[in-house]
Each structure stands twice: as structure tokens, then as C-alpha cells.
Design a protein around this ligand. Structure first.
Ligand SMILES: NC(=O)C1=CN([C@@H]2O[C@H](COP(=O)(O)OP(=O)(O)OC[C@H]3O[C@@H](n4cnc5c(N)ncnc54)[C@H](O)[C@@H]3O)[C@@H](O)[C@H]2O)C=CC1
Ligand SMILES: CC(=O)C(=O)O
Length: 303
């Protein structure tokens, strides 16, 4: 049998199992290894997911933590989720403890592994995971503002009646309350988004707020979000798997800011290949600096 790329998912709750399902439906030719501190949960999800693998050449099974470390790609979703109205930043104490325990339980880690952080708060947990894993910074990155940017592109797509894939506009900074939209560089079909009639009198702050609030709205109604992030992480994994160099807004280390921050970057077989400096106007630069200050004020406590 062919040896497949091994993709371990630590945390087989709503987000972990949705990521696995999205990978199967996207027909990624990988072996998914599901892990959870609740081994029975991981076993149940693996059995359930295996009933869908006939659509693909993906395989799935549950594994103990000791089998995770030698995987090619390790996705970490293990962590507490927000209660209604709670911020992502508020999860840090609980999720720091979980991240420390996860990193301890998967040693030794394959020196070529790529670690994708999904648990919140993403930028801070990237910093912690990179330190604890000892892997180079390009090999540890987070799903960042990919989901927020997908929400933004959907909002713009509906307004302009142009498909989301033709819209290039990013939510940047933090996958959290300090996120902002780089409106000044946003384009649809090569034209500035701000040049379209529909955006002449648009309240950009209100749209930015609406996008940032979407997670809260979903959590208020059903307690968690998972389908969107499932699709996002399947895409990130695919770009690493096929060395595609596709650009996604992910949490990656910014040498100028000296911290993990969400910005568009190309992803390939070595993880983050090239981070892109998005042109920003003065107020966007101010918002970026505010996000960096907020991220650093928390990461400093975990050094
Ligand atoms: N980055 C993003 O865009 C998104 C991030 N999230 C985050 O993903 C995380 C997970 O959310 P859900 O799956 O909805 O929660 P969940 O409660 O359904 O699943 C979390 C799972 O982690 C497991 N777990 C806890 N400690 C563990 C450990 N030490 N080792 C292995 N497994 C462990 C739990 O047993 C549970 O099954 C949360 O932090 C949430 O905020 C959720 C949606 C989007
Ligand atoms: C929960 C979360 O981080 C999101 O849906 O954006």
C-alpha cells in the first residue's frame, strides 16, 4: 500500500471532526489520525467519518497521543471554546494549559512536521506551540483570519454580486476582537472595492464590525462554529500537501512586529513560505499596530 501523508488532528470535538470531514469531502489523499484526551470520542468520530471515506482515498483512524508526533501535519484544535458573549482572548489560561499538555504528550515531534493551530486565541497559541515544539517558525502557523476573511468575502460578494473567489480583500491582525479589514487594498476583478457604486456610501466600520461579530452570532444561536473553519483548514492542509504556494491570511511570525500576527502568506511544503506586506493607509496601520500591541501584551506573559 502507498504510504500516505499523515495528518494528525488533536482534539476530535466539533472543530476537529469538521476539519476531518472537510478533508475527506475535498478528497485529500491523506491518512487522518484523530486524537482526543477523550479516547472514546476520537474512536466514535473516526468510525463515523470512516463511513464517508468511500468518496475519496482518504483514510481515518483514532490514535493515542504517542502516535501523533511523527505525523507530517499536526492540526491542533484541542481547547476550550467560547461561551456565548465570551471573547477568544479570555480562553488563554485554559488553552495554555491544554497546549502545554498536548505538546508534552506528542514528543518527540517530527522535525519536518507542520503544526497548524486552530484553538483560540490562535496567534497567542502559535507563539506558545512554536516555543514548546522547538520547530522553526515557518513550520508553525495558525488558521488566523482566514475564516474572518471568508466571512468578509461572502459579505462583499453578496453586495457586489461577484463570486467570492474573485474578491481579494483581507481581514488582518488578530483572529479576535482587534481584527480589521484592509479596505484600501481590497479588489474585486482587479478594481478597488471602494470604487464600486455599492461601496460609495457604505459604512465600512459597520461591515467590519458585522464580520467580526459573526462568530458571536453563531455561538449565541448554536453554541459553536465549525463548518467554516473545517473548510478553511482543509484548504490550508491542501496547500501544504501539494506545495501549492496559495495565499491565505494565516497567523505567522512577523519579524518586524516580533510576534505571530495574521497576514496573507503563501503556504507550501515547508509551511509558511512568503508573508505578504499588505499596503495599508494610516488608519489601517494604526489598527495593525493596535492588534500587535494586544497580541504582544499577552504573549509576553507566556515567555
Ligand atoms: N481558529 C478558528 O477560526 C476557530 C477556532 N475555534 C476554536 O477551536 C477550539 C475547539 O472548539 P470545538 O471543537 O468547538 O470544541 P469541542 O469542545 O467540541 O472540542 C474540543 C476537544 O478538545 C479535546 N481536548 C481537550 N484537551 C485535550 C488534550 N489535552 N488533548 C487532546 N484533546 C483534548 C476535548 O476532549 C474536546 O473533544 C476552541 O478553542 C475554539 O475556540 C473554533 C472555531 C473557529
Ligand atoms: C469561534 C471562532 O473563532 C470563529 O468562528 O471565528
Amino acid at each position: 500500500m502507498l504510504s500516505r501523508t499523515k495528518v494528525a488532528i488533536i482534539g476530535s470535538g466539533a472543530v476537529g471532526s469538521s476539519i476531518a470531514y472537510a478533508m475527506i469531502l475535498r478528497q485529500l489523499p491523506v491518512e487522518i489520525l484523530l486524537n482526543d484526551i477523550d479516547a472514546k470520542r476520537a474512536e466514535g468520530e473516526a468510525l463515523d467519518l470512516s463511513d464517508s471515506t468511500f468518496v475519496a482515498s482518504t483514510t481515518v483512524r483514532s490514535v493515542p497521543a504517542s502516535e501523533v508526533g511523527q505525523s507530517d501535519i499536526i492540526v491542533i484544535t484541542a481547547g476550550a471554546k467560547q461561551n456565548p458573549g465570551e471573547s477568544r482572548a479570555n480562553l488563554i489560561d485554559r488553552n495554555y494549559r491544554i497546549m502545554k499538555s498536548v505538546m508534552g504528550s506528542i514528543q518527540p515531534i517530527n522535525p519536518k512536521a507542520k503544526i497548524i493551530i486552530v484553538a483560540n486565541p490562535v496567534e497567542i497559541l502559535c507563539h506558545i506551540a512554536q516555543k514548546l515544539s522547538g520547530l522553526p517558525r515557518n513550520q508553525v502557523f495558525g488558521s488566523g483570519t482566514f475564516l474572518d476573511s471568508a466571512r468578509l468575502r461572502l459579505r462583499i460578494a453578496k453586495t457586489l454580486k461577484i463570486h467570492e473567489t474573485s474578491i481579494h480583500c483581507y481581514v488582518i491582525g488578530e483572529h479576535g476582537d482587534n481584527q480589521f479589514v484592509a479596505w484600501s487594498s481590497g479588489q474585486a476583478g482587479g478594481a478597488s472595492i471602494l470604487s464600486f457604486d455599492e461601496f460609495q456610501n457604505a459604512d465600512l466600520d459597520a461591515i467590519t464590525h458585522e464580520v467580526a461579530r459573526k462568530a458571536y452570532e453563531i455561538i449565541d444561536r448554536k453554541g459553536a462554529t465549525y463548518y467554516g473553519i473545517g473548510a478553511c483548514v482543509a484548504n490550508l492542509t491542501e496547500s501544504v500537501l501539494y506545495d501549492s504556494a496559495r495565499v491565505f491570511p494565516v497567523s505567522c511570525f512577523d519579524p518586524r512586529a516580533q510576534c505571530y500576527v495574521s497576514t496573507p502568506a503563501s503556504l507550501g511544503v515547508n509551511g509558511v513560505q512568503r508573508a505578504i506586506e499588505v499596503p495599508m493607509n494610516e488608519s489601517e496601520k494604526e489598527a495593525f499596530n493596535k492588534a500587535v500591541t494586544s497580541i504582544k501584551s499577552i504573549t509576553d506573559k507566556y515567555d
